[in-house]
Design a protein around this ligand. Structure first.
Ligand SMILES: Cc1cc2nc3c(=O)[nH]c(=O)nc-3n(C[C@H](O)[C@H](O)[C@H](O)COP(=O)(O)O)c2cc1C
Length: 174
């Protein structure tokens, strides 16, 4: 990114809303990594705060790129996240979407595969590079940092892909 280019507006969506959820820990870690890079202006969009319809859609509308932080529930992603995705409709068009997934044994990867199908229908572009944590609650220390050494590198790969695809897709965003 040159000094004159505006930052990429990156929405980091917290996809779980249940009481006692772990999602905000994962989202805060990823958002902090993104904020270290001047190329990104990061907006953490928590479905538990925005609601699942117009409030969420308005925040998504102004984003250039999106990261969905999703757990896996019964081999898919949370129902409220589907409601919010549907409500935002055209706001997804032409946006690269990265995934930071977490769960039990699966690391959230089955949730990600389901999200890819849905987002393709909305003309969003799901990125291949994915960050995944299995055994999520045990995968972070008390300060909210991942215990696994490779997590930061995976976040860097995803952020690089988001920056690249955000630029390439500019022409097809409304
Ligand atoms: C209703 C429910 C279903 C779950 N199903 C799965 C599953 O199919 N595969 C898996 O790996 N983990 C599963 N888990 C574990 C969650 O992915 C894990 O607890 C995660 O931290 C939940 O995210 P949250 O705390 O942000 O809601 C399930 C958890 C819940 C509450």
């Amino acid at each position: 990114m040159s000094d004159t280019e505006p930052p990429i507006r990156l929405a980091v969506v917290v996809g779980s809303v249940r009481d006692g959820r772990f999602g905000p820990v994962v989202a805060a870690w990823f958002a902090a990594r993104a904020r270290r890079r001047p190329a990104f202006a990061v907006d953490v969009v928590d479905l538990a705060e925005t609601g699942l319809d117009a409030g969420f859609a308005a925040r998504l509308e102004v984003a250039d790129a999106v990261v969905v932080v999703t757990p896996e529930y019964n081999h898919s992603y949370p129902g409220p996240l589907k409601t919010a995705i549907d409500a935002a409709g055209g706001a997804w068009r032409g946006k690269p979407v990265g995934f930071v997934a977490y769960g039990g044994l699966s690391g959230g990867l089955r949730a990600v595969e389901h999200l890819r199908c849905v987002l393709a229908e909305l003309h969003a572009v799901g990125l291949r590079d994915t960050v995944s944590f299995h055994g999520a609650a045990g995968a972070f220390d008390v300060s909210g940092e991942p215990r696994e050494a490779g997590a930061d590198a995976a976040a860097t790969v995803l952020l690089d892909a988001l920056a690249s695809w955000s630029q390439r897709l500019q022409a097809v965003r409304p």
